[in-house]
Design a protein around this ligand. Structure first.
Ligand SMILES: [Cu+2]
Length: 123
């Protein structure tokens, strides 16, 4: 009784998926604009931020002197602003107008005046 040796077939099918084009990411119109906002007693810099409607943006918030807040209630944005930041808020403005933001963490005698404005214009 002899067993036939198995006929192994070595099927080497090199599958080379050239996905390079899908992996390399280049800046284009869909990449969010990044805006850095510095907070210090008792102001933001820049204090006025101009954005275009329907264009995504990342706000990078960093404090220069302790804990602050960033609150733009009409835009539904809020974050702590810390020295070890940045804290990031990603959003896409969907309406034009002028929207106040302010510090909502008490930071000293000028805290009540610590505010700025986001201005959203049509593209
Ligand atoms: Cu404050």
């Amino acid at each position: 009784m002899t067993k036939r040796p198995r006929a192994w077939r070595w099927c080497v099918l090199p599958l080379i998926v050239a996905a390079q084009a899908g992996c390399t990411r280049q800046a284009d119109a869909t990449d969010p604009q990044v805006i850095t906002i510095e907070a210090r007693r008792f102001a933001y810099s820049p204090a006025v931020i101009r954005l275009k409607k329907d264009q995504p943006v990342v706000l990078e918030l960093i404090s220069k002197d302790g804990l602050h807040g960033f609150n733009a209630p009409e835009l539904g944005l809020r974050s702590d602003v810390i020295m070890d930041g940045p804290s990031r808020l990603t959003f896409t403005p969907r309406k034009t107008g002028r929207f106040i933001f302010h510090c909502d963490i008490f930071c000293g005698s000028g805290h009540d005046q610590m505010a700025g404005e986001i201005v959203v214009v049509d593209d």
